[in-house]
Design a protein around this ligand. Structure first.
Ligand SMILES: *Cc1c(COP(=O)(O)O)cnc(C)c1O
Length: 331
């Protein structure tokens, strides 16, 4: 298979570790649980957005941009890593954040956005980049050269980062564990490029196990269901990589049973999963994404939808700086 080499800037620490979680596996009655540590990608606190940004920022530089512009929730990990990438490369960074300017002392990712020197725009009820185009126009009018990164860094180029992540995993698996022995990969899925990219990467490396996305956010665009948007992202990434396969919504498994009280609301599911993994493995999850995804995985194990003899890889996508902003809901 011919895979195009796309421009990439080095921003993260790769390959991220692939580790066992033996005490958690034993506690849950599972044969083998692995964790891929994308909470350790570096770039000011780790997380999955580092992989997407290596390609997105390379494109920004190729286009001569001087400012990265993106959007997210107040505790967005994507915004924090974008701010770090901009600072590292000497670019400006404008973040369009949901909510109103904080009245309390900033903490978690928001504190880091400020330390990293990002310019903040507050967009009230909008946390998915609804006002991004307006902000970009205003920057252009002011003589700057903005580069727009979509909500969550999720477009075809962002997904390319996760196609290569799957290749990275395949390379790591050669010595310690065979890729084919991994029955399922479980990830938190929200704006989509992570899951879309992993599915493209699975095709590239011939991985035949199941990739399960645990939905983190309700579907706000039901006109185009989430699995169809995943297929679109995968096809965009495939085109960039010179892969001819066409992906469809059937190529994606998304479980929407764990949305609780909504995006960013910590409930019993997340709280218990975070505590369990912390106490059995000394491993920190995050309150918004990986706490929910791990809570979902544990429930699928309890319901015997995932069976005890399986080997499951939990792909840790980061987000731990947000723990501090959710202290009240966690203790
Ligand atoms: C953004 C994010 C996700 C979701 O990734 P998508 O590519 O948006 O689906 C999962 N976990 C963490 C910690 C994130 O910040």
């Amino acid at each position: 298979m011919r895979v195009e080499l796309l421009p990439r800037v080095c921003l993260g620490h790769f390959p991220t570790p692939l580790e066992e979680m033996p005490r958690l596996a034993h506690h849950l009655g599972m044969a083998r649980l692995l964790v891929k540590r994308d909470d350790q990608t570096g770039l000011a606190g780790g997380g999955n957005k580092a992989r997407k940004l290596e390609f997105l920022v390379a494109d920004a530089l190729a286009q001569g941009a001087d400012t990265l512009v993106t959007a997210g929730a107040r505790q967005s990990n994507h915004c924090r890593q974008t701010a770090a990438a901009a600072a590292h490369l000497g670019l400006g960074c404008v973040l369009v954040l949901g909510g109103d300017p904080p009245t309390e002392i900033p903490t978690g990712n928001l504190l880091l956005d400020m330390l990293l020197g990002a310019e903040l725009h507050w967009s009230g009820p909008y946390r998915r980049g609804e006002q991004l185009n307006q902000v970009v126009e205003a920057l252009r009018a002011a003589g700057r050269r903005p580069y727009l990164i979509p909500y969550g860094g999720s477009n075809g180029l962002g997904a390319v980062g996760y196609a290569y992540a799957m290749q990275e995993l395949a390379g790591q698996c050669e010595d310690s564990i065979s890729l084919a022995a991994i029955d399922r990969i479980v990830i938190a899925s929200s704006s989509g490029a992570t899951q879309a990219g992993l599915v493209v990467g699975a095709h590239m490396v011939g991985y035949r196990g199941q990739i399960i996305g645990i939905a983190i956010d309700k579907d706000e665009m039901p006109a185009v269901p989430y699995v169809e948007r995943l297929a679109i992202l995968a096809n965009e990434a495939a085109a960039l990589l010179g892969i001819t396969k066409t992906f469809s919504s059937q190529d994606f498994v998304v479980i929407r049973d764990y949305l609780g009280a909504g995006y960013g609301v910590v409930g019993k599911l997340e709280r218990e999963a975070i505590r369990l993994v912390a106490r059995y493995e000394g491993l920190l999850l995050d309150p918004v994404y990986t706490g929910r995804a791990m809570g979902g995985l544990i429930d699928l194990i309890h319901r015997r939808i995932i069976m005890p003899e399986e080997t499951v890889l939990f792909w840790h996508t980061g987000g731990t700086p947000a723990l501090f902003a959710y202290a009240q809901a966690l203790v």
